[in-house]
Design a protein around this ligand. Structure first.
Ligand SMILES: [Zn+2]
Length: 149
């Protein structure tokens, strides 16, 4: 993405609205059917302001930890994913200015989860085949129940 225009700004506004309505902490453009390298996040921490990140790249990774993740694309289910503990991400903000975020904990996990979406991967793709199968069958059951069938 070279040029940040009005269309991108409106998309980012829509994505923040969608994320907050679903009580999520992050949302990537491919989740709303837009194939752009862009995501929004707000981990509801005063130390980490809400952000839109354009053309994100992870430039450093260290450590490893396992923690629960959920996803607005697969609502109602959770799985344990192993990821680096600390990362450094670079990208652009909505004004086209370079940003660099050194993150650990929930922020690092949120960024890596959203980066996966930007690259076309879901966290469930990182689970073992058996765990993924169990999680998806639970998800389908929840969907059937929600549909009243
Ligand atoms: Zn997700």
């Amino acid at each position: 993405m070279q040029h940040i225009d009005g269309e991108i700004r409106r998309l980012v506004e829509d994505m923040f609205e969608t994320m907050y309505a679903a009580e999520g902490i992050g949302l990537a453009a491919p989740q709303v059917g837009v194939s752009k390298r862009l995501f929004v996040m707000d981990i509801r921490d005063p130390e980490a302001e809400p952000r839109a990140v354009i053309n994100p790249v992870i430039v450093e990774r260290s450590g490893s930890e396992r923690s629960d993740e959920g996803c607005l694309s697969v609502p109602g289910v959770y799985g344990v994913v192993e990821r680096p503990t600390r990362i450094v991400m670079e990208g652009l903000d909505l004004d086209g200015k370079p940003i660099r975020i050194d993150a650990s904990g929930l922020l690092a996990r949120c960024i890596q989860h959203e980066m996966d979406h930007v690259d076309g991967t879901l966290y469930i793709d990182r689970l073992s085949p058996i765990k993924r199968k169990m999680l998806l069958s639970k998800f389908k059951k929840l969907q059937r129940e929600a549909a009243g069938r």
